[in-house]
Design a protein around this ligand. Structure first.
Ligand code: NAD
Length: 691
């Protein structure tokens, strides 16, 4: 039974309805039927005064069941069930413990009264799945809490706390024991409460509307759902409730079949599916509560911050007192920034500080279950660090490297027990970015890999396993993206135009803005490392090297692909264009115009082709892992579903045709992946490819 209902045997004026569809009380067909049956039972019972609707102790209801969204809707539909609840002669009270999200909050809005525990979270996150609320959320919420507050909640998808819900008028009461309060509310109060759907139209707030639209144009460019949600909220100011509900339902049913909603559902399920394979679960440590991070620089500071925030006692080891002092300052500034931004409370900050120490002495690592090395990208330095660690740490402690590119096998070979080593590739800033690439060395033991998954879970990160190769999944694809972009520079595009084309596609930043942000010297050093192994037949574009040689390292030097004013504002720089033209002249290339569409096509095909190679070589387990890496690590637009999901929308035949066209210009760079050639023959796609 996913919905339980009964008349209270102590007070026969009270009727209980309990959502019991664990783990999250998703409102699926069975729940809709259960609510409908409960309503019929209530109608058939005389002498009732109130109905108490509750979820579990930890969750009220987390919304519709996204697995149903690909099929045709089956009655009873949620809007109809909610209309019955709202029209009920016996008032329903929503007793909200935990989260009331999406359809869960819509259910609460159809009740006459809403009482929550202080821990409750209230939200309508539908736009994050490319849809709009489909059961009255866009029509009831503005009537209840006003136009501006509802618009913000619905277009951002962000939940609010019980406290904020009470202040906004979404909740009638907040109490540590909401059930007790719900039983005690005077029946005259309940009888006087107006059903939300009958409240007057809210007044439109033009200033809030303009502000919201400007924010969406920036944050959610290209996304349909927030725009449609805005239109629906705006309807409430001048349309009656019945027509508003009908418009909302139409929009909901259309959007849930849209490409964007399908893409966002794909990402939602890919994230949920990103967990340790069954074969590793027996090797998983119960909990990691002590860790050591070696190196307290950019990455080490972010990693240690994430560890202590997750309750893991952490020591950072640095080389000497001076670097230890710098590391301590970095750690403190991250904590302070977290407090300032409201991400951590002052109390949490103190807890974090108490779990955190910095040392120059390796014996401080003696009790840690895992060490994460984040020192400079130099294999000799890393090997020395691991050798020191293996001397002091227990034999079963896991050793992990945050290397971006280096060969995990070569590092492992230097250890007494190579099976202890795994790569844990965090992304900058490591305390914020959700992705964790777990790099599987040839010798990595199941316990080492499983510890990576355990750590990801404790840190709230999404784990993706990658096999060994230069750059693993993400940086290997990034290298092809940059190569294709640099070729475009040589042949006629400008860096600003390429950035504009890629932000037009949906990236928050184009490739050149992104390089200026992270610093051109890192990629430069990496290219020097690759010099010896680079295929001499492959075209090498020197422009980025020339930039570094000219001291243009990006934002940190005030000059990069753009020049930066003191306030950080970027401007195009004729010197960069001149440098590009000089390189093209030097290579004897006649530059030509590229449209933004051409630019996007080239950069995407370069990445898709490398993604296919990565699958073919079993560096990635499946296409959705590459999707997660592209979105969570490299800013690929989430609403396009990730690199390989997008590729499947283009279709294998079109991808191959594009690659063949370009390979007429350069057969090495545009050599189609064998996987694509095979897939065209067999008619298969990336989604169905599994290693
Ligand atoms: P960084 O230069 O900011 O920090 C390195 C730190 O390590 C410094 O504080 C230095 O004092 C310390 N250190 C050097 N040798 C040491 C030793 N023998 N023992 C203890 N500490 C030592 O570098 P970073 O950007 O934090 O990069 C660290 C690692 O993370 C590199 O392998 C890099 O490739 C990788 N990485 C970097 C990024 C990035 O974007 N910065 C992203 C992912 C991975």
């Amino acid at each position: 039974m996913t919905v339980k209902f009964w008349r209270d045997d102590r007070d026969d004026k009270v009727f209980f309805v309990e959502l019991a569809n664990p783990p999250v009380n998703a409102i699926n067909l069975a729940v809709r039927r259960g609510l409908h049956d409960a309503m019929l039972a209530i109608q058939a019972t005389t002498g009732l005064e109130r109905v108490l609707l509750m979820g579990s102790e930890t969750i009220f209801a987390a919304g519709g069941d996204a697995r149903e969204f690909d099929a045709s809707p089956i009655a009873p539909h949620l809007p109809d069930v909610l209309a019955m609840i709202e029209a009920s002669d016996i008032p329903w009270i929503a007793v909200i413990n935990g989260a009331a999200l999406g359809g869960g909050l819509e259910l609460a809005l159809a009740c006459r009264y809403r009482i929550a525990s202080p821990k409750a979270q209230l939200g309508l996150p539908e736009v994050l799945l490319g849809i709009v609320p489909g059961a009255g959320g866009t029509q009831r919420l503005p009537r209840l809490i006003g136009f501006a507050a509802a618009l913000e909640m619905i277009t951002s998808g962000k939940p609010i706390s019980a406290k904020a819900g009470l202040a906004a008028g979404l909740l009638n009461l907040v109490d540590a024991n909401p059930m007790q309060v719900a039983l005690a509310v005077a029946s005259t109060h309940l009888a006087a409460a107006t059903p939300v759907g009958q409240l007057p139209n809210p007044r439109i707030d033009e200033a809030a509307l303009a502000k919201s639209n400007a924010g969406l144009a920036r944050r959610a460019k290209g996304q349909i759902a927030p725009v449609k949600a805005t239109e629906l909220v705006t309807l409430t100011s001048h349309t009656n409730f019945t027509d508003g509900i009908a418009a909302e339902r139409d929009c909901f049913l259309t959007l849930r079949q849209s490409e964007q909603a399908k893409a966002l559902r794909h990402v939602f399920f890919a994230e949920r599916g990103a967990k340790a394979p069954a074969a590793l679960t027996n090797h998983m440590p119960k909990i990691i509560d002590q860790a050591v991070v070696v190196g307290g620089g950019t990455m080490g500071a972010g990693i240690a911050h994430a560890l202590v925030r997750a309750g893991i006692t952490t020591v950072t080891i640095e080389t000497n007192d001076a670097t230890a002092k710098q590391a301590a300052a970095r750690a403190e500034s991250l904590i302070e920034a977290g407090v300032k931004r409201g991400l951590i409370t002052a109390q949490k900050a103190d807890e974090m500080r108490s779990r955190y120490s910095i040392s120059t002495d390796y014996t401080s690592a003696a009790n840690a279950q895992i060490a994460i090395e984040a020192v400079v990208e130099d294999i000799a330095v890393k090997i020395t660090v691991f050798q020191k660690l293996q001397e002091v740490m227990p034999a079963n402690a896991i050793l992990a490297s945050n290397t971006s590119y280096l060969d995990i096998n070569a590092i492992a070979a230097s250890l007494d027990d190579p099976s202890r080593l795994v790569g844990l590739h965090f992304f900058v800033p490591a305390h914020i970015m959700k992705l964790l690439e777990i790099i599987r060395g040839d010798a990595s033991a199941p316990t080492a890999l499983a510890s990576g998954f355990r750590l990801a879970k404790q840190l709230g990160k999404i784990p993706v396993v990658a096999g060994l190769c230069d750059g693993f999944i993400g940086n290997r694809i990034l290298a092809r993206y940059r190569e294709a972009a640099d070729l475009l520079l040589l042949h006629g595009a400008t860096s600003a135009q390429i950035d504009e084309a890629m932000t037009g596609f949906g990236y928050a930043m184009g490739p050149y803005e992104a390089q200026d942000m992270s610093g051109l010297d890192i990629a430069f050093a990496n290219r020097r490392r690759q010099d010896a192994s680079r295929d001499p037949n492959r075209t090498y574009v020197h422009i980025a090297d020339k930039m570094v040689e000219a001291g243009r390292l990006g934002r940190k030097t005030g000059l990069g692909w753009y020049s930066y004013a003191n306030d950080g504002k970027a401007a195009t720089d004729p010197l960069v264009d001149a440098l590009i033209v000089a390189e093209a002249d030097h290579a004897g290339i006649t530059r030509r115009h590229f449209s933004n569409d051409e630019i996007v096509k080239r950069l995407l095909l370069a990445m898709i082709n490398e993604g296919a190679n990565i699958l073919q070589e079993a560096v990635a387990q499946n296409a959705s892992d590459i999707d997660l890496v592209s979105i969570l690590g490299y800013g690929f637009p989430r609403w396009r579903g990730g690199l390989m999901h997008y590729a499947d929308q283009l279709g294998m035949v079109a991808i191959l045709a594009g690659l063949k066209d370009f390979s007429a210009e350069d057969q090495h760079i545009w050599q189609p992946s064998q996987l694509i050639l095979d897939a065209v023959k067999t008619g298969s796609d990336f989604a169905s490819f599994k290693n």
